[in-house]
Design a protein around this ligand. Structure first.
Ligand SMILES: Cc1cc2nc3c(=O)[nH]c(=O)nc-3n(C[C@H](O)[C@H](O)[C@H](O)COP(=O)(O)OP(=O)(O)OC[C@H]3O[C@@H](n4cnc5c(N)ncnc54)[C@H](O)[C@@H]3O)c2cc1C
Length: 536
């Protein structure tokens, strides 16, 4: 909490080049790119970082194969390049994964056409991943016996990538990187309005969410990265833009692990859209849906659950069909889709299913608004915002600085060398899904060296604190010190994915949670627990 308190004080005292409103992926990469290049940046979010759309994605870094059907080859090329860049920059986090697509008889495209499509996809992606494989029914039955082949005439396997931890942790690492480069950042600070003076400089009114105290920020440029709320903030501050958002709700359910293979099983759902069974550590994530909605405040409905469960039960051969009782956790968010504010004359309104996920960056005076986009395209968004800010006359002290990616190989070699010498992986708890060294490096990068030191000083730092959660005592101490955990949900749902893999009820009784809370919140531990679980 000390880090947040210090930053709240700085937010009011200092004048910034840029204030970023919103700490989802788009705000996080903007702050990371700008601050690494020497721009004075503030970022605030009215909830927790990645607390809205960016915690509800499918966790895929993919080239948008489905846009081949609408011949958006330029978009597919751009997304494939963005995916390849992420895999190269974050080899421990963004990893290649096979998509095992079942083709059902009578589907709108033949298996051969899909097969040719996957080859085109592979070539458009610079043949960066493994080439596609045409799968016979016999091969599929052998390799993925869980897939129900009754109506299938075979399938295709092609490669894309996924985020090994989760989307919210991925976002957090950009927020942390921005802070490492001097950005002043706080969660639970809502922007309520903003005015510009004659030179375009902003006075931003905000409210600190825990106490309700007002706060004033000053900056030359405002970046509106409010995701589904971009339009609302623009309306509030009087910014006019060429684009606006339409919103599409998407639901995923987390269930016990369905397949032991490390592949995404992929199907065409009853509504004709791609549907996924995605590995998530010791669990499986299934979904998603695509429903047009008018607001960002969405919940999983009984129809959503039925749709997802029925689609899975129809396409997998499970020992017994999945029911609502198998749901461990749910994710539900809205995709902000960028469309032109005013339809062009003679242009039909867009087909909902075909609405593409391109992003758009609109600049009006000193206000920059980010519309739409995908996790996959985040590095481009960061760079485009940097260019837009530079064009407004903000000087970057180190404009060419590389601002993303894992630490250099020399740091990685040193980490794994030290880990081997102290036999770290022998301390891996039996319930863990991977060796400790792999996990610590992926989550903390160069900071993981400090964790090794803590364990060397006191081996109890390698103890598991919360039952069934892959978190060591030293990691929780690290979170308390450096990860701006303000509410328990920030830790359980976004810095970690504990609340996705352990059910709410199991968490309530998990031994060690109270202990973890004491590390995170000290004297406020009981209050934070009560806030999370509600009145008993
Ligand atoms: C179901 C689903 C599946 C998806 N799957 C994928 C996928 O597999 N791969 C992929 O690349 N992309 C995927 N996406 C898309 C991707 O998740 C989104 O494009 C991305 O997360 C949007 O990020 P954002 O930063 O624009 O918005 P958000 O993450 O919503 O962030 C906006 C932030 O602004 C804050 N905010 C709003 N108003 C204010 C205010 N007044 N003051 C302060 N803060 C404010 C909010 O609290 C929020 O944290 C998926 C999306 C959904 C919904």
């Amino acid at each position: 909490m000390k880090l947040r308190q210090t930053n709240l004080e700085k937010l009011e005292k200092e004048a910034f080049d840029v204030v970023v409103v919103g700490g989802g992926i788009n705000g996080a990469v903007s702050a990371a790119c700008l601050s690494a290049r020497g721009v004075r940046v503030a970022l605030v979010d009215r909830g927790d970082f990645a607390g809205l759309t960016s915690q509800h994605s499918s966790n895929l870094a993919w080239g948008g194969i489905k846009y081949l059907e609408s011949f958006e080859l330029g978009l597919v090329r751009k997304l494939c390049m963005a995916r390849n860049r992420l895999i190269r920059a974050y080899p421990s986090t963004v990893q290649r994964i096979g998509f095992y697509l079942t083709h059902e008889r009578g589907f709108r495209r033949s298996r051969l056409v899909l097969w040719m499509g996957t080859w085109l996809y592979w070539l458009i992606g610079n043949a960066f991943l493994r080439p596609p494989r045409l799968l016979s029914r016999a091969t599929m039955a052998k390799e993925e016996p869980i897939v129900d082949l009754t109506n299938a005439d075979g399938g295709i396997e092609y490669d894309d990538a996924y985020l090994h931890d989760n989307d919210a942790r991925f976002v957090w690492n950009f927020i942390r990187s921005a802070m490492n480069h001097g950005a002043v950042i706080a969660n639970y600070v809502e922007v309520t309005g903003a005015t510009r003076d004659g030179n375009g400089a902003w006075t931003v009114s905000a409210r600190e969410g825990l106490s309700g105290s007002p706060l004033t920020l000053r900056a030359r440029v405002l970046v509106n990265a409010c995701g589904p709320h971009v339009d609302a903030l623009n309306q509030e501050i009087g910014a006019r833009t060429a684009h606006k958002h339409l919103l599409s709700k998407g639901v995923h359910l987390i269930v016990p692990k369905l397949s032991t293979s490390r592949r995404v099983l992929s199907f065409f759902a009853d509504d004709g859209r791609l549907f996924f069974v995605i590995p998530m550590g010791t669990r499986t994530c299934i979904g998603t849906t695509d429903t047009r909605v008018d607001g960002a405040d969405v919940r999983v409905t009984p129809e959503d659950r039925r749709f997802v469960l029925e689609n899975i039960n129809r396409r997998l051969r499970l020992p017994k069909p999945l029911t609502e009782a198998d749901i461990i956790a749910e994710r539900c968010g809205v995709r902000p889709l960028a469309v032109l504010s005013e339809a062009r004359p003679g242009k039909a309104s867009p087909d909902w299913m075909q609405l593409s996920r391109k992003h758009a960056i609109d600049v009006e005076g000193t206000c920059i608004s980010i519309f739409g986009g995908k996790m996959t395209d985040c590095l481009n968004v960061g760079e485009e915002v940097f260019v837009a800010v530079s064009r407004l006359g903000v000087r970057a002290r180190v404009p060419g600085r590389l601002w993303y990616g894992e630490p250099a190989d020399t740091v990685k070699d040193e980490f794994f060398h030290q880990a081997r010498l102290m036999e770290l992986d022998r301390m891996t708890p039996a319930t863990s899904s991977e060796p400790l060294s792999t996990r610590l490096w992926r989550r903390y990068g160069s900071e993981a060296l400090g964790l090794l030191e803590s364990i060397r000083q006191d081996p109890r730092q390698a103890d598991l604190v919360i039952e069934n959660a892959e978190y060591l005592r030293c990691e929780i101490e690290e979170a308390a010190r450096r990860e701006m955990v303000t509410k328990l949900d920030d830790f359980l749902r976004r810095r970690s994915k504990i609340a996705l893999v352990v059910s709410h009820e199991a968490l309530r009784h998990a031994s060690g949670l109270a202990d973890a809370c004491r590390i995170l919140f000290g004297a406020e531990a009981d209050a934070k627990l009560a806030e999370y679980f509600g009145p008993t």
